[in-house]
Design a protein around this ligand. Structure first.
Ligand SMILES: *[C@@H]1O[C@H](CO)[C@@H](O)[C@H](O)[C@H]1NC(C)=O
Ligand SMILES: *[C@@H]1O[C@H](CO)[C@@H](O)[C@H](O)[C@H]1NC(C)=O
Ligand SMILES: *[C@@H]1O[C@H](CO)[C@@H](O)[C@H](O)[C@H]1NC(C)=O
Ligand SMILES: *[C@@H]1O[C@H](CO)[C@@H](O)[C@H](O)[C@H]1NC(C)=O
Ligand SMILES: *[C@@H]1O[C@H](CO)[C@@H](O)[C@H](O)[C@H]1NC(C)=O
Length: 479
């Protein structure tokens, strides 16, 4: 990426100016007040504004990048060093632009322009605004910067079926959908020149590892770890990029429950790389400062149910206060079912829905949809509820909600502590009509960020995932 064309200075002067901006201007900006979510009930999350604060100067997130070990691996090749320097400059400029966005007034924002190469019939001029964002202006700027410069290199190594493919149906479908979009769509974000990339994608599927390498009922995940270990060995031997940062600018993406186990196959992948996973359980090693929470989207037969696609008319009356149906998995659902199964006409809680009843009709007819964790923290119900415009009620522990670095989940969902499950009806009934209307408006507004499109569209789930990766990448510096 070049320095913007409008820049009237030669590169050296630009550099001096940039360092001046970094040292003098940004120091001040850092002192500005940003919305803080300290005390948020949503477990762990790193909001965009807090990430921001860490952008400049010392590398706090990836201490490894400064370790002596890394210095030994430092570039010896001059041209390559220069290239990295240039990439880092464009990232520094993006960080600076984001800091400025945080201090601008609303009026100034309207002048932001969409990169001229963006083609998307639908939402070319979408401007994030409203309560669903932690800081809409900062997110908008960050997103536009991403569109302008962000480049991903997909390693060509590895073979089908486990590499370069993933499931596009059923509960882990986001794995395949992301991978295919990255490899075959998403032209603007992909580069074939690894020296021009900001991040490197390891395009394997943990779901396919389980399908092809795992012995059913053996509960032995060693073959998965071996695959991952071998894959990293191959790319780190054939290409210079992994060793340069010990994988800090590399990412994997997987929705399968065992993704964290598989990632243990390489010590640095686990502890240093960006792991994009549905299983975002902080007490199982998910680290929100470097890892990304991936929404689970259940595509029966590969598509979203047409019932969920037809938008609800606003004034339809929803007959039930709340709905849940699902198996008795994991630590939270037994509590929910114990207290509410067949207990109350307003809170419709089923273990398995009788054959003559329709799951989505219940969602469409309920004001709130209960989304308890199962065996793992993530639940496809959250996205289904959003599609059905049914306000999600999050019942989980240790779960980092998807995109919580930019989205204000409080504006479109309700978080109920597991210990408050017995009081569920009181809690939901106490939400006034007015509050409920706002939550529902929030759900409608946030839907676009959870929507899968083929090909992908601006601000949809694919782009939100990329944006989460972009934010993690902004936090590291190669030195
Ligand atoms: C935005 O545009 C308005 C009118 O076109 C102009 O007055 C204002 O100075 C611009 N703001 C910035 C930051 O460029
Ligand atoms: C990266 O490091 C590993 C282990 O130290 C080494 O085997 C490999 O050859 C290195 N890769 C490159 C491209 O130098
Ligand atoms: C991650 O780092 C911790 C602390 O250094 C270490 O104990 C752990 O074994 C590492 N995890 C993996 C999977 O290598
Ligand atoms: C419900 O909404 C539709 C369109 O959204 C409108 O035509 C209709 O009049 C509304 N009905 C009531 C009872 O408000
Ligand atoms: C999250 O991880 C902890 C620690 O391993 C585990 O006890 C808990 O059951 C997990 N949560 C879910 C919903 O799987």
């Amino acid at each position: 990426m070049d320095i913007p064309r409008t820049y009237p200075f030669p590169p050296i002067l630009t550099l001096i100016l940039l360092s001046f901006v970094v040292v003098v201007v940004l120091r001040q900006v850092q002192l500005l007040q940003f919305t803080t979510i300290a005390g948020s009930k949503h477990g762990h999350s790193v909001p965009l504004d807090r990430l921001r604060m860490k952008l400049s100067g010392q590398n706090q997130l990836h201490a490894i990048a400064n370790s002596g070990e890394l210095r030994r691996n430092k570039f010896s090749h001059r041209t390559a060093t220069r290239k990295v320097g240039k990439l880092e400059q464009t990232l520094a400029a993006a960080r600076a632009s984001m800091r400025n966005a945080a201090s601008e007034s609303e009026g100034e924002r309207s002048n932001l322009t969409v990169a001229t190469t963006v083609h998307d019939g639908g939402d070319r001029n979408y401007v994030p605004a409203g309560a669903i964002y932690r800081n809409a202006r900062l997110f908008h700027r960050s997103y536009l910067e991403m569109e302008k410069i962000f480049k991903v290199y997909v390693y060509p190594d590895g073979e089908l079926p486990i590499a370069h493919d993933g499931p596009c149906k059923d509960i882990y479908s986001i794995e395949g959908r992301f991978l295919h979009e990255m490899e075959h769509g998403a032209g603007r974000f992909r580069t074939n020149d690894p020296n021009a990339a900001h991040v490197y994608f390891l395009p394997f599927s943990v779901t396919w590892m389980v399908k092809y390498l795992y012995t059913p009922l053996s509960y032995n995940v060693t073959p998965l770890k071996h695959f991952v270990s071998d894959y990293v060995k191959v790319i780190s031997t054939r290409h210079p990029f992994w060793n340069r940062t010990h994988g800090a600018d590399h990412f994997m993406l997987a929705c399968h429950d065992w993704a964290p186990h598989a990632s243990q196959g390489n010590h640095f992948l686990y502890n240093t790389s960006i792991r994009v996973m549905c299983n975002a359980n902080t007490s199982e090693g998910f680290n929100p400062r470097k890892d990304v929470s991936l929404p689970e989207i259940h595509l029966y037969g590969g598509e979203v149910s047409p019932k969920l696609l037809s938008p609800q008319s606003n004034n339809i009356t929803r007959r039930y206060l709340a709905f849940f149906s699902g198996g008795l998995h994991g630590p939270i659902r037994p509590i929910l079912l114990h207290h509410w199964k067949n207990q109350d006409g307003d809170i419709r809680v089923f273990e398995y829905l009788p054959k003559d009843l329709d799951y989505y009709s219940f969602m469409l007819n309920s004001k709130f949809c209960l989304c308890p964790s199962g065996h793992e923290v993530a639940s496809p119900r959250i996205v289904e509820a959003i599609y059905a415009e049914c306000v999600p009620v999050i019942l989980s522990k240790y779960y980092v909600l998807p995109f919580s670095d930019v989205l204000q989940w409080e504006a479109f969902s309700v978080q109920v502590d597991v210990s408050d499950i017995p009081r569920l009806k009181d809690i939901l009934s106490a939400i006034s009509e007015d509050e409920y209307r706002k939550l529902k408006e929030g759900v409608k507004a946030v839907r676009k960020h959870f929507t899968l499109n083929r090909p992908s569209k601006r601000f949809d789930v694919f782009h939100m995932i990329l944006h989460s990766i972009w934010l993690r990448r902004l936090n590291i510096e190669l030195r």
